[in-house]
Structures are given as C-alpha cells and as structure tokens.
Design a protein around this ligand. Sequence first.
Ligand code: ADP
Ligand code: MG
Length: 681
Amino acid sequence: MRLSELKGIGPKTEELFSKIGVNSVEELKEYYPVHYDSYTEPENIEDCRAGSKCAISVTVTDPVSMYKAGKLTIISLDVRDSTGKIRLVWYNSPFIRSVVKRGSSYVFRGNIVSKKGSLVMEHPEIFKPEQYQSKLSTLNPVYGLTKGLTNNTVVKAIHSAFEATGDVPEYLPEQIAKALDLMGEETAVSYIHFPPDQDSLVRARSRLAFDEFFLFILALRMLRQEEGDKASGFRIPETWLTEDVIERLPFRLTKGQMNVWREIEQDLSSGRRMSRLVQGDVGSGKTILAFLAMIMTASSGYQSVLMAPTEVLARQHYEKLANMCREQGLDTVRPVLLTGTLTAAERRATLEEIESGLANAIVGTHALIQSSVKYRNPALIITDEQHRFGVYQRQALAERDCPPHMLVMSATPIPRTLGVIFYGDLDISILDELPARRLPIKNCVVDPSWRPNAMKFIKREVDAGHQAYIVCPMIEPAEGLQAENVTEYTAKLKKLFPNIAIGSLHGRMKASEKNTVMQDFADGKISILVSTTVIEVGVDVPNATVMMIENAERFGLATLHQLRGRVGRSDLQSYCIFMAGVQSEDISRRLDILNHSNNGFEIAEKDFELRGPGDLLGIRQSGDAAFRIADISRDRDILKAAGELAAAVMHDDPALILEENDLLRVKMREYMHSDVRTIVL
Ligand code: ADP
Ligand code: MG
C-alpha cells in the first residue's frame, strides 16, 4: 500500500519518507523508533547535569527578558528552586513572553548545556504541573528523521498506517503463541511504536525478536531440506597454485589462518558439500581465506561467488582480488565485479561473462542473487559479514542439481551452542588470533571538553601521513535528537583544518558517490573521513590509525567494537577515542568495557550483563546488523525457544501443508522473498 493513500500524506511527505527508506505503509509500520523519550519526575536544579535532558519544577519569580544577538532573538529567564538557580533560553520564540507568567508554577523540560561555565536549559518544553503529571512515565517514540520531516509527522503517519491496515491476523498457531506466552504480533508492532508502559514494551520487543529468530531459522531449515543432504558436492582437487599464492603473500598466514585454510581445502576436495562458518574477530584476516578458496575453485574450472553486504566492501574485495591476480600472474582466475552501480553496458558485459563462464571469481553485493544473473557452474558461494544473505543466496541457488559449497564469514561472535541453533549442522572454524606485529589499539573514553585535544591529536596523526575516521550517529541535524551529525561536522572540520582533505560518507549518498569517497580514502586522497556507521563492516584501510566516535553512548558495544576494528589493521599504532556526549555512571561503565577488552565476544557478554534484560537500548540504529531488534547474546533465551519451535515445525509439518500452518506458510513465502533492507540513521 502506498504511503500517499494514508490520510494527511501528500507527495512531498511521501518523498521525505522515501529518503529515510520508507516507501510503503508496510515499511512504515516497521520503521521502529531509535529510542524513547520518557518524562521523568522533575529534578532539583542542583542535580541537572550538562549533556542530559532534565525537567525542573519551579515558580517563576523573575521577569522574562528578550534581546537580539545578530539575527537571533533570545528569550531568557532565570528560575530557582531551593537547591539552585538555572537560566532558561529560547531562540526566535518571542511568544514565550506571553506564555510564561510571573507568579505561576511550571515544569520546564529541556537539554542542559554548559555556557561560559554556567548551566543553561535550552528550548525547554513548558508544562503546567498537572499537565506534566499526566505525562509522567509515558514513553514517546523518537524516530530517525531527515530534514523537513518532524517526529510528529512520523507519529501521525504511523497512527494512520495502523488505522488503514486494520487487523493483521496472527500467523503463529494459537496454542503455540499461548504456550510460549507471546504477545500477538500486531499488538507487538503497535506497542513498539507506542508502548503503554515499560512492561508492554519489553514484551513487545521480545515478540518481535522471537519472530526475527524464528523466521530466519525456519527459512534456513527449509532451504536445507530442499537442497537435500550434504552427500554430493563439487569435488575441487587441492592444487599447488594456492600454496604458491600463500608463499608469495606479503605476509605470512597466522597459524589460525593456516588451520582454517586446511579445513576449507579439505571440505572443497572431499566430494561432500561444505557448509562452513568462519568466525573471527575484526582484523583477524578472513578475506584472504575467501580469496584462496576462490583461486582453488577457479583452478578446477568452476565459478565462485563472493557476496558482501555493501557496495563499498564489494568493490574493495574485488580490487584486492584483481590486484593479487595481476601481481601474481594468476591467469586462470578471472575476477569480475557485479553491483548495483554498473552502467547498463558494463552490466550487460559482466552478465555475459558470468553466463559464458569467462568470469570465474565473481564479487558483488546482493545484485548477485537477482534472477537475471545466470551462473554457468557455481561451485562455491562465500558470504562476508552478513547472516541474512545466508537465506537469500541459498534460495537463489537451491534449485540446482548440485548445490554449491557454502562459506560464511562473520565477525559477529556467536558461541558455538547458539551457532548450532542457527545453522544446525554447519561446521564452525574459529580464527582466534590476530596477525602478528599488530599493536593493540589504544583506547580512551573522554567527554566533549576534551575535543580540542582530540583534534590536535588527529592532526598530528594526519601530519605523520596517517588517516583518521570520525563517526557520527546522524547524517544531518534532526529535531529532538542531540547528537553529532556528519553534515555539520564535516563543515566544521573543513573550517578547522583548511589544509587537510576531508571527506564524508553516509548511507543516503548515491552508491556511486560512496564508492568515489571510499576509493579516495583508500588511496590516501582523503585524510579524515567523517562518516556514519556505514563503515562499520569490513572496510580495510590499513593506513588509518585513529578513529573517533562521537556520541559513543548512542551505539551498542558490539557496533562500537566493529567500528573500532577499522583501525589497528597494520603494524602502526592505532587509537580509538570514544567521545561520550552524555555523562552518566552507566554510560562510563559500559564504555569502559571497550577500554579494557579487544575481544568481541567478551564485550558482547559483558554488555549483556550490564544492560540486563529490561534495558531497551537494544533497538538497533544501524541496518547492517543481521537482526533489527533481536540481539544474539542478550536474547539467547528467545533464540533457544525460536530454535525449538522451528525444529518442531520441521518435524511435524516440514512442507507447511497442515491447515494450522496456513498463515505461517504465507508469512514464510513473504519472508523468503523480501529484500535485504538496510536502514541507516
Ligand atoms: P577481517 O577478518 O576483519 O575481514 P581482513 O581480512 O580485512 O580482516 O584483514 C585485515 C588486514 O590484515 C588486511 O589488510 C589484510 O591484508 C591483513 N592481513 C591478513 N592476514 C594477515 C597476516 N597473516 N599478517 C599480516 N597481515 C594480514
Ligand atoms: Mg572482513
């Protein structure tokens, strides 16, 4: 259903929505809040801290004053309670003078900032005390926005979306939903937007996490069943060629890499079909293993396919592979790149090469699994950094007589017991050491007052010929969200460092623009790259030695760890600066975990312990994650339940033909055909 069919949404608003990746009513309902704003009990003025949002309850005694500063009209008002005094300011809002009356009591709520040493509350919302009382402890959704689109518009649109779509029937058989004590799906979707209370939100979240796990696991199981057992697979004999390639690498493979490579080599040559997950922390060197497997496959005359979750990463893999083949004179390996940004002519030529078998090492994004791509003899499919590909890729190739070998590479740490739930009989290889000569990344957690030092530090690294990443949570300024954004940050930085080449990158840029920026950064033409989390996965620029993450408190620890993995990729000393925009004990305790550990799995575990099941920060802000709501480590109980249910369904009704599974069958069909969607704030 089109958005413009909703009440109050015209073509302009529709276009704004399409900027945030929402193109239909169904997608709108799935556009989950990034967090919730809650109205808490007013605080004493002395307890208000810079960087936080506070409410205070006061009686106004001073007059409201108004003055001009350049183009700005500033309204200011000093208020006090028994514990202290604070100044409230509003900009360009002269009407405030007639709203706030001397002698009356109000609750003011706004962000506290520090100005010239004293605290100021900026643009506070104004409530009568009884009005505020009724708002207390409600949870209000805050959405990712774009310029021109207000939170209020999104809220209204979502309300109309629910009205317009009516009741969607529950797809899980009733006894099952009851036995598992699951909230209804439709209720869960509506509560995730508009939770009546904290408890309902927790339950809604659990239900949606359950769905994500359950559908994913069931899809994998069904595909495996279609593919039949592992008995037959392409037999790809071992070859000296790969040994030579290993010899000629500019580095020596680590023992871990060598072991995993032997496992892969054995799988490929065994005549049985490989299903292997290679799990290794960021920077452990997984890519070279993929390349070796592709070279081995090509030398037997078969095709291999390497899929990456982003254009940027696909292109980078392709260039590396192509360079390696050129440098080492590997003429049996003929790499091509297939992504969404090729011109029509390039695309046609590439498709022909793939169909004829001329191209045999095929690298790309999920453009690779469109039906227009006709492979000649694909014997190996590798997916990098993206679990969901697992489903689509296998489906696209499932109908073949001889299903290809499958290799999945992931930096997401999953303990073996949980990995088995996902992948059943999948073999797991673990790369548990980083290449030698790597110096551990030096980390620090700082507050914004340290930013000038950070800038000096970054400049020093750049002057020394190295490069830096700066990550901001948002693309552009947005109403109601106090966080750094790429657009303004880049402009500020260009002013600060007029002689340094500064670039910016975010998910809403055209793919071709992203490629150019990333290529320039890789070539050293850009020294400082200001980016959103689009650089989270896979990107490898070894000369980058500093990463500074703004508003680090807004990201999950797993994301921060992945981000940090973009530095420390060579023998240069690297640094990661976590800038906490908001100070609180909880936040410093969480960030401190990163300070003390460079081990992805340990970090995920500790994060889970600290956050506890009641905490809702777990709603993902970046679409690169395999699941949007579910979190493998914190939702492990839900994962287990979903795994058991999927196993039961496969046992009792593997083809989903029983009447009670009618709706589940429809749901599965939709799920298997839906596109991989990425939402980048
Ligand atoms: P990830 O496991 O995160 O995908 P990459 O495969 O991108 O890591 O490798 C990170 C960097 O380390 C790359 O620049 C790669 O060339 C380099 N590298 C890989 N293996 C080794 C090794 N054994 N010794 C030194 N450098 C290595
Ligand atoms: Mg990688």
